[in-house]
Ligand binder design. Structure first.
Ligand code: MIC
Ligand code: SF4
Length: 642
């Protein structure tokens, strides 16, 4: 049987189930990664499982999200991570070493291996031919303890790239084109596999830009073959021994094939407030811009910054623009500083930030009121930048740099072809892993006052007696549910963070739900399609659980978030009849009698009494997911198994 690359790697890691699209499978995880904003909770949960050391080939804990240290909370979290990691066998990448996905591809990723990360952009690792998947922290904690990771065996979409990108067009424009075709909705349960002669025209960091932003499609992961280009990259990272050749069989059968001729692509932009709101940059030419930000795990590689620096060299940015540059890793930072490109950026007027997520997660650099901010990152959800009224436009580093000079959104392809900077991947990168601390299985774990207890829930009740405490529309992101930015510092303190659930949508929600919980009334959330888009933050399930949310009823869910809901004992229901969405109202009473029995017996539908009417709800749950819900979440379930 001719196999796709996806199935070849899954086959090698299969522990449970059968490789049949749509069925649940369990796979062995070789490597894990966490970042500080999800990592503290993941490691608290790992500790609660009572396993003495990690059982993966490699686990790395990165500090890249909360590095501002406004107050003691972040610093305390970092020290908790450092001491906990040292003791339990996890590599600790210190603040300043760079953004997890960038560093992982540079220093640790391995073609053909599986990587599970508590961050939705973990699929960046697909750029070197890994099956790299984003998940909630608790799923990652279980994988660190040697447990399988369960997923729906995917359908595989083949994106066939032919031809060669034209000057001023780059990898970002490729993934924006794919987003234009596939959009952010309806791709749950799929993997995107790239192939075709055009693949050989893309360097590893360019491939990583494409797999990184594949997260916005809502797919399980994206990946490229591992070829001579991958080998050269790993050699330049002094890791040639980690290379192996990987590709799909000739004539492998895919569920869908999309053909893209790289030579036809033009610079694109994702307009506010969704990564699939794609236009050609030329259509918005002349839009006045307040801020340009170059960085993030999508576009802050050595090549990205060298291109931006070459464009800006000898020029000044527009007086009306604030230009932010954040290198993706210490390696990138050091290299552009030693070769002088950093000086060119500074001379042009750029403000240089630490190697961290920063502006991408709304940790600093919030735009001006109603501002236009042109950025190279991957998400532009309303309010994520820290300014609700601002519009975020996602572009390539080429578009960003040219725009910073002109002060208005500018199609870089209007520049002379011969002025396009020629930047190649260096034959050797500067290798210095001194900011990654190796574990020695010793020492005490430090716990500052901001570190709370990992949250447990009670087993699923016989009936849900509650009330619809919030009704929202389509495409609710986890940034809507659980804001990051200025609130990030509460990630290890669930009671404190829970005060901000749905802050930007309905600031009263949290107090309303809490006061109902105190009266013994559960909260239900009703939502439209694609509920829980975006990040993997399990706080978008933990904090609602803490507030007494026991069910979410939606037209459809995104993969990571629906798994997180189950992991924390919240039942994800679908409307059997979508028209019922229109008839249910916020504040309606909501009762499901016999929910425990229905989950136990494997029933796929239940009837809810809602505002005096009955509505039919469906549950698409595997046996394992039902058991997790019955136990009151994955932590209870895993503890019972250990
Ligand atoms: C994001 O890009 O939204 C984040 C911040 O990296 C999240 C993780 C988090 O919320 O900590 C993600 O993508 O999973
Ligand atoms: Fe960090 Fe932004 Fe990447 Fe998330 S998307 S990991 S916040 S750089």
């Amino acid at each position: 049987m001719k196999q796709t690359l996806t199935y070849k790697i899954l086959q090698k890691h299969l522990i449970e189930g059968e490789l049949k699209a749509g069925s649940e499978i369990g796979i062995r995880i070789d490597q894990t990664l966490t970042q500080d904003a999800t990592g503290t909770m993941a490691y608290l949960q790992f500790e609660a499982m009572g396993i003495p050391r990690v059982k993966t080939d490699l686990s790395v804990s990165y500090v890249d999200h909360n590095t501002l240290q406004m107050g003691f909370e972040n610093a305390d979290d970092h020290k908790y991570l450092m001491t906990m990691n040292k003791k339990y066998g996890i590599h600790y990448s210190k603040a300043g070493n760079g953004i997890c996905h960038q560093v992982h591809v540079e220093r640790f990723g391995k073609p053909g291996a599986t990587l599970l990360g508590s961050d939705s952009h973990t699929p960046t690792g697909g750029g070197i031919g890994m099956i790299a998947i984003g998940a909630g922290g608790l799923d990652v904690a279980v994988a660190m303890g040697g447990g399988p990771f369960y997923l729906t065996c995917p359908k595989v979409i083949n994106v066939k790239l032919e031809g060669k990108l034209r000057p001023w067009v780059s990898a970002k424009d490729v993934i924006l084109k794919v987003l234009e075709i596939l959009t952010t909705k309806g791709n749950v349960g799929c993997v995107v596999e790239y192939s075709g002669s055009g693949v050989a025209e893309l360097s590893v960091p360019e491939r990583a830009t494409i797999t990184n932003m594949g997260a916005e499609l809502g797919v399980t992961t994206s990946l490229f073959p591992s070829d001579d280009i991958t080998k050269e990259f790993l050699k330049a990272q002094q890791r040639e021994d980690h290379w192996s050749e990987l590709k799909a069989d000739e004539d492998a059968v895919y569920d869908r094939v999309i053909d893209i001729d790289l030579g036809d692509l033009k610079p694109r932009v994702a307009c506010p407030h969704s990564p699939d709101n794609i236009k050609l940059v030329s259509e918005l030419d002349g839009l006045k811009v307040d801020q340009v930000a170059i960085g993030s795990c999508t576009n802050a590689s050595y090549k990205d910054l060298m291109i931006a620096a070459s464009i800006l060299k000898g020029k000044k940015i527009s007086p009306d623009v604030s230009l932010i540059v954040a290198p993706g890793s210490k390696q990138v930072f050091e290299m552009i500083s030693r070769n002088g490109a950093l000086s060119d950026l500074i001379a042009s007027g750029a403000r240089i930030m630490e190697s961290a997520c920063g502006f991408c997660i709304g940790a600093g650099q919030a735009p001006v009121t109603e501002g236009v901010s042109v950025r190279t990152n991957n998400r532009n959800f309303e309010g994520r930048s820290g300014t609700k009224s601002a519009g975020i436009y996602l572009v390539s580093p080429e578009t960003a740099a040219v725009t910073a000079i002109k002060g208005v959104l500018t199609d870089p392809a209007t520049m002379p072809e011969n002025e396009y900077p020629k930047v190649t991947i260096p034959e050797s990168f500067i290798i210095d892993d001194s900011m990654v601390l190796k574990p020695d299985f010793k020492g005490d774990v430090f716990r500052g006052p901001n570190i709370g207890e990992p949250p447990f829930t009670e087993p699923l009740a016989e009936k849900i007696i509650g009330k619809i405490n919030l009704k929202v529309g389509d495409k609710i992101t986890t940034d809507h549910i659980m804001p990051a930015g200025a609130r990030l510092k509460y990630r290890s303190n669930v009671p404190a963070y829970s005060k901000y659930v749905f802050e930007g949508v309905d600031p009263e929600f949290s107090s309303r739900a809490m006061s109902d919980k105190e009266k013994g009334i559960f909260s239900i959330i009703v939502a439209g399609a694609s509920y829980g888009q975006g990040s993997s933050r399990e706080h978008a399930a933990i904090c609602p659980m803490y507030l007494g949310v026991r069910a979410v009823v939606a037209k459809s869910f995104e993969r990571i978030h629906s798994a997180n809901l189950i992991n924390f004992g919240i039942v994800p229901f679908n409307f059997k009849n979508e028209a019922d969405y229109d008839t249910v109202k916020q504040s309606d009473d909501f009762i499901i009698d016999g929910i425990r029995e229905a989950v136990e017996s494997g029933s796929e539908t239940v009837t809810a009494l809602c505002g005096g009417k009955t509505i039919e709800l469906s549950m698409t749950l595997s046996k394992r997911q039902r058991d997790i819900l019955l136990a009151g979440g994955l932590l209870n379930y895993t503890k019972a198994q250990v």
